[in-house]
Ligand binder design. Structure first.
Ligand code: 5AD
Ligand code: SF4
Length: 457
């Protein structure tokens, strides 16, 4: 990937030993994808890093006196309408920590030698606190970054973006840099769009966001549960789904809504990424296997039949056989309806890309194959368990075979049935008679739920 000309200037002053010289180079490397190029003059730097040495007390005092000078440069830049971020790294940072920010409040962040890989996150957070956006040099459209493409309403089901961006900073992920801070659309605008979709015959909306359950109405402050409750009141909008969620944002209100709101479909995509606490910590996920499982228990208590899907990454740096076995064991406990799984992909500039213990390709491939075999088995079992049940199916379109329609069950399974084309856009009971890995088949077992009369636009 070719880098654009740096938009921001970085000045690093290195004190002390060869280790520090090496670390300064590493810091410059991890900051390059955020658009920082080196400068020799602190006066015109957007970011000044003092990579300090603690070997003698005199050296520490020198750092404070240098910081006094840099503070004046920061003030001069601020007067000229530019900004400056001041970071203290190295052994003084390690030894004195927050004390530095107390003694010299112009310092924005302090980062110890063990945490250089977190510099991109720390810098991004500092920018956000000031309301500035970083223009990052990560590939803009990453396969993991994009939301599902919004499709034109087929007349039956539609995507609706309600939230963008992410503040979670998982160490493998580019989204917090490419998409910026978490941002939500006002509920009033979402409701107006949903009403218009419903008037055109849409019966199901899938609310989209990189971190959709972090949704907060910027005007009224309500969360995703409140939004779902308001959407469920719209005549004709019988089904509400949302994706993708973070376990940390799965609040009690949203869990309760799954038990109370008939329109909220019993299918939840709640990525866990790994079954090893050691790896979850290195991923900066902010949850453990235990807290995730307790959350799932609560959700299942509210809605016992809920189908759970997840994302898993194999081969995160430092993942050992035992960590991977822990992931398989978590999957066995979960019993997924379906799940996505990926080989770890090293994204330059993300904190994990600088971690030691990158896992060889063939090890990742072998782990992924084993994980996917287990997930496939679970998907087959989940589908097979529906045989004999009668499920309400929202019919979306004609099937491949004559006279056949295709729709979806509440659990997001594709369902084929022989039915009249007039049932497209209707929810009707289907008795399930067959199941494969990817879909169900059945026969009509009753009349459709009445659809609302559509008002003219
Ligand atoms: N490598 C592998 N998988 C990734 N994902 C995001 N970034 C990476 C990466 N660098 C996966 C996560 C996430 C999903 C959308 O993509 O599992 O939940
Ligand atoms: Fe990326 Fe999702 Fe983690 Fe946000 S929560 S950093 S989007 S993986």
């Amino acid at each position: 990937m070719s880098r654009p000309a740096p938009e921001k200037r970085l000045f690093i002053k290195t004190y002390g030993c060869q280790m520090n010289v090496y670390d300064s180079e590493r810091m410059a490397d991890v900051l390059a994808p955020l658009g920082y190029g080196m400068t020799d003059t602190p006066e015109d730097a957007d970011l000044v890093v003092l990579n300090t040495c603690h070997i003698r007390e005199k050296a520490t005092e020198k750092v404070y006196s240098e910081l006094g000078q840099i503070r004046l440069m920061k003030l001069a830049r601020q007067e000229a309408g530019a900004g400056m971020t001041i970071a203290v790294a190295g052994c003084v940072a390690q030894a004195e920590g927050e004390e530095i920010m107390r003694r010299q409040p112009a310092v924005d962040l302090v980062v110890g030698p063990q945490a250089y890989h977190q510099l991109p996150e720390l810098i991004a957070r500092t920018h956000r606190a000031r309301g500035e956006r970083l223009s990052a040099d990560f590939a803009a459209e990453d396969k993991f970054d994009a939301l599902p493409a919004e499709r034109n309403p087929t007349g039956v089901t539609a995507f609706l973006t309600v939230q963008e961006g992410c503040d979670k900073f998982c160490t493998f992920c580019v989204v917090p840099y490419t998409r910026g801070a978490e941002w939500s659309r006002p509920a009033a605008a979402i409701l107006a769009e949903a009403e218009s979709l419903a008037r055109q015959g849409v019966r199901e909306v899938t609310l989209l966001g990189q971190n959709v359950n972090a949704y907060r109405d910027p005007d009224a402050g309500g969360g995703l549960a409140g939004l779902a409750r308001a959407l469920a009141k719209i005549p004709g909008l019988d089904r509400i789904r949302y994706t993708t969620s973070h376990p940390r944002d799965m609040d009690d209100e949203l869990i309760a809504a799954h038990g109370e709101l008939e329109a909220l479909m019993p299918f939840l995509h709640l990525p866990v990424q790994s079954g090893s606490d050691r790896i979850l910590k290195a991923m900066n996920r902010g949850h453990t296997v235990e807290t995730y499982l307790r959350l799932i228990e609560k959700i299942r208590a509210a809605r016992p039949d809920i189908a759970i899907s997840s994302d898993y990454i194999v081969g995160f740096p430092g993942e050992r056989d035992a960590d991977f076995e822990a992931t398989l064991s978590l999957v066995r406990q979960m019993g997924h309806a379906s799940a996505f799984s990926f080989k770890y992909s090293r994204r330059p500039g993300t904190p994990a890309s600088a971690l030691p213990g990158q896992v060889p390709e063939e090890v990742m491939a072998e782990r992924l194959a084993r994980l996917q075999a287990l997930l496939d088995e679970q998907q087959v079992a989940f589908n097979a368990a529906q045989v004999g049940a009668t499920l309400p199916v929202l019919f979306e379109r004609l099937g491949r075979h004559e006279g056949q329609l295709v729709g979806r069950s509440p659990y997001l399974q594709g369902v084929h049935a022989v039915a009249d084309a007039s049932l497209i856009g209707q929810i009707a009971p289907v008795r399930i008679e067959g199941a494969s890995k990817n879909s169900l088949s059945g026969v009509m077992a009753g009349q459709p739920q009445p659809a609302p009369a559509l008002e003219p636009l």
